[in-house]
Design a protein around this ligand. Structure first.
Ligand code: SAH
Length: 232
């Protein structure tokens, strides 16, 4: 109980998550400016506005609540993690989602990245390979009113061909190579954001854009560390 008392901030005994969220947005704005000096892309104000809106504390386990708005990854069970907010913001920004866009995410995890995307897209499809994790995320997303998100349990390597082509694809677990089915399911003009590399090596966050002639343009963004993309 003493621990709980130390971590709550406001008079009514509930942590002031809204203020913590705004403080996080400020930290990301600063981090974005710093990263830009090293050649990383800046994070747009529209993406920061979404980070300022989505309740990350609803997607982290009770034990981690007091760290919900720290700029770091957190354990979500099953050896998996909810990504660091800076990485969520960067990947969202690179995916450049808007309007009626149809988006595919591989690696639902907590559902937080899907919630962020759902604020910007027309429809979000997300696939999680660990059954109970995907089911929990689906329940949380529904409870919070993210009704343009569909969660499927399965191996995301194969994508979700029934809903292809996708305007954007985000992969939040790292394969050693970009899965060919995902390349095929990317719309012309579409963007794929994906960490690529072996677990014992530095992974590189890549941005793949499908050009009008069907050719892929591949850009390396920054070194990252993700859990592996596992296979069924
Ligand atoms: N985007 C998540 C974080 C993902 S962590 C969030 O916002 O919380 C990576 C997730 O990818 C884990 O939950 C892991 O189980 C899942 N994963 C790993 N391999 C997968 C695969 N082949 N298909 C679908 N999900 C996979």
């Amino acid at each position: 109980m003493i621990v709980a008392a130390l971590t709550v901030g406001s008079a009514c005994g509930q942590p002031d998550f809204a203020s913590q969220r705004q403080a996080l947005v400020e930290i990301l704005r600063e981090e974005s400016a710093r990263a830009e000096e090293y050649g990383a892309p800046a994070i747009s104000e529209s993406t920061l506005a979404v980070i300022g809106k989505v309740p990350r504390h609803e997607f982290v386990p009770d034990m981690e609540q007091s760290f919900a708005y720290a700029n770091r990854p957190l354990p979500i069970g099953g050896g998996q993690t909810i990504s660091q907010p800076y990485i969520v913001a960067l990947m969202t920004d690179l995916a450049d989602v808007s309007g009626d866009d149809v988006v595919l995410e591989i690696g639902t995890g907590s559902g937080y990245q899907a919630a962020v995307l759902s604020e910007l897209a027309g429809q979000v499809y997300t696939i999680e390979i660990i059954g109970w994790l995907g089911e929990r995320a689906a329940r949380d997303l529904e409870r919070l009113g993210y009704d343009n998100v569909s969660v499927r349990i399965g191996d995301g390597y194969a994508g979700w061909p029934e809903h292809a082509p996708f305007d954007a694809i985000l992969v939040t677990a790292a394969p050693e190579e970009v899965p060919q089915p995902l390349i095929e399911q990317l719309a012309v003009g579409g963007r794929m954001v994906i960490p690529v590399g072996a677990q014992d090596e530095v992974q590189i966050l890549r941005l793949l854009t499908k050009e009008a002639d069907g050719e892929l343009r591949v850009q390396s963004v920054i070194p990252v560390r993700f859990v592996p993309l596992t296979r069924d």
